[in-house]
Design a protein around this ligand. Sequence first.
Ligand SMILES: [Zn+2]
Length: 383
Amino acid sequence: MKKLLIKGGSLVSPVNGYTRTPKDVLAVDGRIAMIQDSIDESCQEAEGAEVIDATGCLVTPGLIDIHVHCYPKAFLGLDPDVLGIQRGTTSVLDAGSSGADTYEDFRKNYIDKSKTKVFTLLNVSKEGLLRGHELDDLSKIDKDALKETLKKYGDNIVGLKARASASVVGEMGFTPIEMAAEIAHEVKMPLMVHVGNYPPALTQVLNVLDRGDVVTHAFHGKKGGILTEDGQIIPEAIQARERGVQFDVGHGVASFSLRVFEKTLKEGFDCDLISTDLHVENYEGPVYNLAAVLSKTIACGETLENAIEKATSAPARHFGLKDLGELKVGYIADFNIMELASCDEDVVDAIGDSIHLNEKLVLKKTIYSRGEESEIFDHVAGK
Ligand SMILES: [Zn+2]
């Protein structure tokens, strides 16, 4: 498809000045060609375009989910298009499913074959998430092999990943996480650290992270999280944020607490990035898709505009995803068309607490472009 004209929608992309701003968008040969108050389908530029009626809907840049598991040969993994396009995200970051030993297979058989744009956070463990206890032996961190993989595939690998949970590091404790941070800083790439059950302690993890690193599952409800026992933000988190560490939602199957997130928002400590941690155990609930996670954060007090930004331009800029995440002429023609629908329902988080939704984002169409081609995925009943 060479031309697409999206008419009648309200654009949301705060970095581009759009905060539910009525505009039409024309895409030509897979790129955004024109954004104007009104684009007539009979004008020369739009001649022959397929017209998409977005009346009553929001038009956002294609959503970017920075935490999914889309290497089906790894623990919990599912096909990239099942977790990407079919769940309303045009770009995803696979968060550490592959390591130096498995990346080439992931690349050749999945990344290069998917419609979803897949970027990689390479696991510091060479085995990736093959078995699920990938950092219980220091010999699994092969720095030379990791550097070699980064050198060869720097076009796709945008950061590193390590999981700091008791079940992952076993008796190695904090050492593998310290090594991961050292390597990431040496190769000048962001490190995403999954935080979970102690040990290692969140405070210890935060203290080795630096500008550009990302804490995912930052708002989990487990012991030793981001809040002190009397509900204050731990000082290590405030200091980490001052150094430029980013805090990501990473909902997951056991890693997002509505009550913790509501409280941190009230304390003025908002998240920087919003992601799902979609995998085989949560994609049919309680996570579903990124739009559903955005709706939960909005119910907790996030503004719609901020929520969209944290799943579009913020991750694109943070991980250097070229020409993605914004509604800007020349950028790749990836869009979501969603309705902000009134509703009356309760949704649950990863630990069974619930929140009432008066409104929610409902996926209508996901438009994605590769090269000069644009395609449309229709979401039936918001799924
Ligand atoms: Zn994960």
